[in-house]
Ligand binder design. Structure first.
Ligand SMILES: C[S@@+](CC[C@H](N)C(=O)[O-])C[C@H]1O[C@@H](n2cnc3c(N)ncnc32)[C@H](O)[C@@H]1O
Length: 284
Protein backbone atom coordinates (compact mmCIF):
# COMPACT_ATOMS: atom_id res chain seq x y z
CA UNK A 1 0.00 0.00 0.00
CA UNK A 2 1.57 3.28 -1.10
CA UNK A 3 1.14 6.23 1.23
CA UNK A 4 3.64 8.71 -0.28
CA UNK A 5 1.93 11.73 -1.89
CA UNK A 6 4.11 14.14 -3.80
CA UNK A 7 1.68 16.97 -3.01
CA UNK A 8 3.34 17.31 0.41
CA UNK A 9 6.70 17.98 -1.20
CA UNK A 10 5.95 19.70 -4.50
CA UNK A 11 8.21 22.65 -5.24
CA UNK A 12 10.72 21.88 -2.45
CA UNK A 13 14.47 22.25 -2.92
CA UNK A 14 14.75 18.75 -4.39
CA UNK A 15 12.04 19.48 -6.97
CA UNK A 16 13.80 22.68 -7.99
CA UNK A 17 17.02 20.80 -8.77
CA UNK A 18 15.27 17.85 -10.45
CA UNK A 19 12.94 19.95 -12.57
CA UNK A 20 15.46 22.57 -13.62
CA UNK A 21 17.92 19.89 -14.78
CA UNK A 22 15.08 18.06 -16.55
CA UNK A 23 14.20 21.27 -18.41
CA UNK A 24 17.84 21.71 -19.47
CA UNK A 25 17.93 18.17 -20.88
CA UNK A 26 14.69 18.70 -22.81
CA UNK A 27 16.21 21.86 -24.26
CA UNK A 28 19.23 19.89 -25.48
CA UNK A 29 17.01 17.23 -27.05
CA UNK A 30 15.16 19.93 -28.97
CA UNK A 31 18.33 20.98 -30.74
CA UNK A 32 17.60 18.23 -33.27
CA UNK A 33 14.26 18.06 -35.12
CA UNK A 34 14.00 14.29 -34.71
CA UNK A 35 11.22 13.36 -32.26
CA UNK A 36 11.92 11.95 -28.83
CA UNK A 37 9.94 10.28 -26.09
CA UNK A 38 9.86 11.28 -22.44
CA UNK A 39 9.17 8.40 -20.05
CA UNK A 40 8.32 9.16 -16.42
CA UNK A 41 8.26 5.93 -14.39
CA UNK A 42 6.92 7.62 -11.23
CA UNK A 43 4.84 10.50 -12.52
CA UNK A 44 2.85 11.66 -9.47
CA UNK A 45 -0.28 13.77 -9.93
CA UNK A 46 1.14 15.91 -12.76
CA UNK A 47 0.63 19.29 -11.12
CA UNK A 48 -0.04 20.65 -7.63
CA UNK A 49 -1.81 23.52 -5.84
CA UNK A 50 -0.03 25.24 -2.96
CA UNK A 51 -3.42 25.91 -1.36
CA UNK A 52 -4.11 22.18 -1.10
CA UNK A 53 -4.31 20.50 2.31
CA UNK A 54 -1.00 18.79 1.50
CA UNK A 55 1.08 21.82 0.62
CA UNK A 56 -0.42 23.95 3.40
CA UNK A 57 0.46 21.29 5.95
CA UNK A 58 4.17 21.08 5.14
CA UNK A 59 4.87 24.34 3.30
CA UNK A 60 7.83 22.58 1.71
CA UNK A 61 7.72 24.78 -1.36
CA UNK A 62 9.02 27.52 0.92
CA UNK A 63 12.39 25.70 0.89
CA UNK A 64 12.50 25.70 -2.90
CA UNK A 65 10.51 27.51 -5.56
CA UNK A 66 9.31 30.24 -3.16
CA UNK A 67 12.93 31.22 -2.49
CA UNK A 68 13.96 31.58 -6.12
CA UNK A 69 10.71 33.09 -7.40
CA UNK A 70 11.50 36.68 -6.32
CA UNK A 71 15.14 36.61 -7.49
CA UNK A 72 15.47 38.86 -10.51
CA UNK A 73 18.97 37.98 -11.76
CA UNK A 74 18.65 34.48 -13.21
CA UNK A 75 20.98 32.44 -15.39
CA UNK A 76 19.85 31.10 -18.75
CA UNK A 77 20.03 27.57 -17.26
CA UNK A 78 16.91 28.11 -15.11
CA UNK A 79 14.79 30.03 -17.63
CA UNK A 80 12.77 27.20 -19.23
CA UNK A 81 11.94 25.73 -15.83
CA UNK A 82 10.80 29.08 -14.44
CA UNK A 83 8.82 29.82 -17.60
CA UNK A 84 6.91 26.57 -17.04
CA UNK A 85 6.22 27.52 -13.41
CA UNK A 86 5.16 30.99 -14.56
CA UNK A 87 2.73 29.41 -17.03
CA UNK A 88 0.92 27.79 -14.07
CA UNK A 89 0.73 31.10 -12.19
CA UNK A 90 -0.92 33.98 -13.96
CA UNK A 91 -1.10 36.24 -10.91
CA UNK A 92 1.66 37.55 -8.64
CA UNK A 93 1.22 34.88 -5.99
CA UNK A 94 2.71 31.42 -6.42
CA UNK A 95 -0.33 29.17 -6.40
CA UNK A 96 0.42 26.15 -8.52
CA UNK A 97 3.41 24.02 -9.37
CA UNK A 98 4.07 21.78 -12.38
CA UNK A 99 5.27 18.30 -11.49
CA UNK A 100 7.60 16.60 -13.93
CA UNK A 101 4.78 15.57 -16.34
CA UNK A 102 3.28 19.05 -16.64
CA UNK A 103 6.71 20.67 -16.81
CA UNK A 104 7.87 18.47 -19.68
CA UNK A 105 4.50 18.75 -21.42
CA UNK A 106 4.99 22.51 -21.55
CA UNK A 107 8.43 22.09 -23.13
CA UNK A 108 8.01 19.39 -25.78
CA UNK A 109 7.13 19.94 -29.45
CA UNK A 110 4.32 18.53 -31.61
CA UNK A 111 6.48 15.60 -32.78
CA UNK A 112 7.46 14.48 -29.26
CA UNK A 113 5.62 12.02 -27.01
CA UNK A 114 5.28 11.25 -23.30
CA UNK A 115 4.60 8.02 -21.40
CA UNK A 116 3.69 8.36 -17.72
CA UNK A 117 3.26 5.65 -15.08
CA UNK A 118 1.67 6.21 -11.68
CA UNK A 119 0.49 3.55 -9.24
CA UNK A 120 -1.32 5.55 -6.56
CA UNK A 121 -5.03 5.48 -7.44
CA UNK A 122 -5.79 9.11 -6.53
CA UNK A 123 -2.71 10.61 -8.15
CA UNK A 124 -3.21 8.40 -11.19
CA UNK A 125 -6.75 9.84 -11.42
CA UNK A 126 -5.44 13.42 -11.37
CA UNK A 127 -2.78 12.59 -13.95
CA UNK A 128 -5.22 10.84 -16.30
CA UNK A 129 -7.62 13.77 -15.99
CA UNK A 130 -4.87 16.33 -16.68
CA UNK A 131 -3.86 14.68 -19.94
CA UNK A 132 -7.25 13.32 -21.03
CA UNK A 133 -7.60 13.71 -24.79
CA UNK A 134 -3.96 14.73 -25.24
CA UNK A 135 -2.70 12.63 -28.14
CA UNK A 136 0.94 13.23 -27.26
CA UNK A 137 0.63 11.80 -23.76
CA UNK A 138 -0.09 8.22 -22.66
CA UNK A 139 -0.85 7.54 -18.98
CA UNK A 140 -0.56 4.10 -17.37
CA UNK A 141 -1.66 2.83 -13.98
CA UNK A 142 1.21 0.38 -13.97
CA UNK A 143 4.40 -0.25 -12.08
CA UNK A 144 6.78 2.10 -13.88
CA UNK A 145 9.87 0.06 -12.99
CA UNK A 146 8.39 -3.15 -14.36
CA UNK A 147 7.07 -1.47 -17.46
CA UNK A 148 10.25 0.40 -18.44
CA UNK A 149 12.55 -2.34 -19.79
CA UNK A 150 9.66 -3.88 -21.75
CA UNK A 151 9.14 -0.63 -23.67
CA UNK A 152 12.75 -0.01 -24.69
CA UNK A 153 14.11 0.90 -27.11
CA UNK A 154 11.39 3.39 -28.06
CA UNK A 155 10.35 3.67 -31.70
CA UNK A 156 11.78 7.18 -31.84
CA UNK A 157 15.21 5.85 -30.79
CA UNK A 158 15.66 9.07 -28.83
CA UNK A 159 14.47 9.30 -25.28
CA UNK A 160 14.68 10.84 -21.84
CA UNK A 161 13.70 8.59 -18.95
CA UNK A 162 13.06 9.96 -15.47
CA UNK A 163 13.14 7.38 -12.67
CA UNK A 164 11.84 9.20 -9.61
CA UNK A 165 10.79 6.80 -6.84
CA UNK A 166 9.82 8.04 -3.40
CA UNK A 167 12.09 5.38 -1.80
CA UNK A 168 9.17 4.74 0.52
CA UNK A 169 9.96 1.07 0.05
CA UNK A 170 13.54 0.23 0.99
CA UNK A 171 13.48 -2.24 -1.90
CA UNK A 172 13.42 0.75 -4.28
CA UNK A 173 17.14 1.23 -3.61
CA UNK A 174 18.04 -2.11 -5.11
CA UNK A 175 15.20 -2.25 -7.65
CA UNK A 176 16.38 0.91 -9.44
CA UNK A 177 19.87 -0.53 -9.95
CA UNK A 178 18.54 -3.66 -11.65
CA UNK A 179 16.10 -1.69 -13.77
CA UNK A 180 18.78 0.76 -14.88
CA UNK A 181 21.01 -2.11 -15.92
CA UNK A 182 18.34 -3.86 -17.99
CA UNK A 183 16.92 -0.65 -19.42
CA UNK A 184 20.37 0.52 -20.48
CA UNK A 185 21.06 -2.83 -22.13
CA UNK A 186 17.89 -2.37 -24.22
CA UNK A 187 18.53 1.29 -25.00
CA UNK A 188 22.15 2.25 -24.50
CA UNK A 189 21.81 5.69 -26.09
CA UNK A 190 18.88 6.77 -23.91
CA UNK A 191 19.26 9.57 -21.38
CA UNK A 192 18.38 8.14 -17.98
CA UNK A 193 17.87 10.41 -14.97
CA UNK A 194 17.64 8.74 -11.57
CA UNK A 195 16.59 10.93 -8.65
CA UNK A 196 17.93 10.04 -5.19
CA UNK A 197 17.56 11.58 -1.72
CA UNK A 198 20.32 12.29 0.78
CA UNK A 199 18.84 11.24 4.12
CA UNK A 200 21.32 8.67 5.30
CA UNK A 201 24.69 9.37 3.65
CA UNK A 202 26.06 5.79 3.73
CA UNK A 203 22.86 4.52 2.12
CA UNK A 204 23.14 7.13 -0.64
CA UNK A 205 26.77 6.26 -1.30
CA UNK A 206 25.95 2.54 -1.44
CA UNK A 207 23.30 3.23 -4.07
CA UNK A 208 25.66 5.35 -6.17
CA UNK A 209 28.48 2.80 -5.83
CA UNK A 210 26.21 -0.01 -7.00
CA UNK A 211 25.28 1.99 -10.09
CA UNK A 212 28.93 2.78 -10.72
CA UNK A 213 29.72 -0.92 -10.46
CA UNK A 214 27.21 -1.82 -13.20
CA UNK A 215 29.81 -0.74 -15.73
CA UNK A 216 27.35 1.55 -17.48
CA UNK A 217 29.50 4.27 -19.08
CA UNK A 218 28.90 8.02 -18.92
CA UNK A 219 27.43 8.60 -15.47
CA UNK A 220 27.17 12.22 -14.31
CA UNK A 221 26.29 12.97 -10.70
CA UNK A 222 24.58 16.25 -9.84
CA UNK A 223 23.85 16.74 -6.14
CA UNK A 224 22.85 19.54 -3.85
CA UNK A 225 22.66 19.37 -0.07
CA UNK A 226 21.04 22.44 1.45
CA UNK A 227 22.54 21.60 4.81
CA UNK A 228 25.15 19.22 6.26
CA UNK A 229 24.57 15.47 6.32
CA UNK A 230 22.51 14.46 9.34
CA UNK A 231 22.14 18.04 10.66
CA UNK A 232 18.37 17.79 10.60
CA UNK A 233 15.99 14.87 10.55
CA UNK A 234 14.94 13.77 7.11
CA UNK A 235 16.23 14.85 3.73
CA UNK A 236 19.20 17.23 3.74
CA UNK A 237 19.85 17.04 0.02
CA UNK A 238 19.10 15.25 -3.20
CA UNK A 239 20.75 14.35 -6.43
CA UNK A 240 20.40 13.15 -9.97
CA UNK A 241 22.45 10.42 -11.54
CA UNK A 242 22.36 11.12 -15.27
CA UNK A 243 23.39 8.41 -17.71
CA UNK A 244 24.32 9.71 -21.18
CA UNK A 245 23.94 13.38 -20.26
CA UNK A 246 23.67 15.69 -23.26
CA UNK A 247 26.73 17.63 -24.32
CA UNK A 248 27.73 20.30 -21.78
CA UNK A 249 25.13 19.35 -19.18
CA UNK A 250 28.00 19.21 -16.69
CA UNK A 251 28.95 22.83 -17.44
CA UNK A 252 25.34 24.02 -17.40
CA UNK A 253 24.61 22.21 -14.14
CA UNK A 254 27.68 23.86 -12.62
CA UNK A 255 26.40 27.31 -13.63
CA UNK A 256 22.95 26.45 -12.29
CA UNK A 257 24.23 25.28 -8.91
CA UNK A 258 26.65 28.16 -8.52
CA UNK A 259 23.57 30.40 -8.67
CA UNK A 260 21.09 28.14 -6.89
CA UNK A 261 23.15 27.05 -3.92
CA UNK A 262 23.43 30.37 -2.04
CA UNK A 263 19.68 30.93 -2.51
CA UNK A 264 18.56 27.54 -1.23
CA UNK A 265 21.31 26.93 1.32
CA UNK A 266 20.30 26.50 4.95
CA UNK A 267 23.94 26.49 6.10
CA UNK A 268 26.79 23.97 5.88
CA UNK A 269 25.50 22.49 2.66
CA UNK A 270 27.50 21.53 -0.40
CA UNK A 271 26.97 20.64 -4.01
CA UNK A 272 28.79 18.71 -6.67
CA UNK A 273 28.69 18.06 -10.38
CA UNK A 274 31.02 15.19 -11.20
CA UNK A 275 31.42 12.30 -13.59
CA UNK A 276 31.25 9.16 -11.48
CA UNK A 277 32.01 7.16 -14.61
CA UNK A 278 33.71 9.24 -17.25
CA UNK A 279 33.06 9.64 -20.89
CA UNK A 280 34.50 7.03 -23.19
CA UNK A 281 36.52 8.69 -25.96
CA UNK A 282 34.77 8.08 -29.31
CA UNK A 283 37.75 6.17 -30.80
CA UNK A 284 38.36 3.77 -27.91
C1 LIG B 1 8.50 11.36 -6.05
S1 LIG B 1 6.90 11.08 -6.63
C2 LIG B 1 6.95 11.55 -8.31
C3 LIG B 1 7.12 13.00 -8.57
C4 LIG B 1 7.13 13.41 -10.03
N1 LIG B 1 8.04 12.59 -10.82
C5 LIG B 1 7.53 14.86 -10.16
O1 LIG B 1 8.73 15.14 -10.27
O2 LIG B 1 6.63 15.70 -10.17
C6 LIG B 1 6.84 9.33 -6.75
C7 LIG B 1 5.51 8.78 -7.25
O3 LIG B 1 5.69 7.43 -7.63
C8 LIG B 1 4.51 6.70 -7.34
N2 LIG B 1 4.95 5.29 -7.32
C9 LIG B 1 5.56 4.60 -6.34
N3 LIG B 1 5.93 3.38 -6.77
C10 LIG B 1 5.60 3.32 -8.09
C11 LIG B 1 5.78 2.36 -9.11
N4 LIG B 1 6.40 1.19 -8.87
N5 LIG B 1 5.32 2.64 -10.36
C12 LIG B 1 4.71 3.82 -10.63
N6 LIG B 1 4.51 4.78 -9.70
C13 LIG B 1 4.96 4.53 -8.45
C14 LIG B 1 4.04 7.28 -6.05
O4 LIG B 1 2.65 7.07 -5.88
C15 LIG B 1 4.38 8.77 -6.23
O5 LIG B 1 3.28 9.47 -6.77
Amino acid sequence: MLSYRHGFHAGNFADVLKHSVLAMIVKSLKQKDKPFVYIDTHAGAGKYAFQSEFAKKTGEYQTGIAKIWPVVERPEEIRDYLAAVRAENTGKQLQRYPGSPQLVRRLIRAQDRMQLSELHATDYGHLAHLFAGDKQVAVFKEDGLERLPKKLPPIQRRGLILIDPSYELKSDYSAVVGVLQTAHRHFDTGIFVLWYPVIDRPQTERLLQRIKDTGIPRQLRIEQCVTGDGRVRGMTGSGLLVINPPWQLDAHATTLLTWLDPILSEGQGQWRVEWQVGEIPPDS
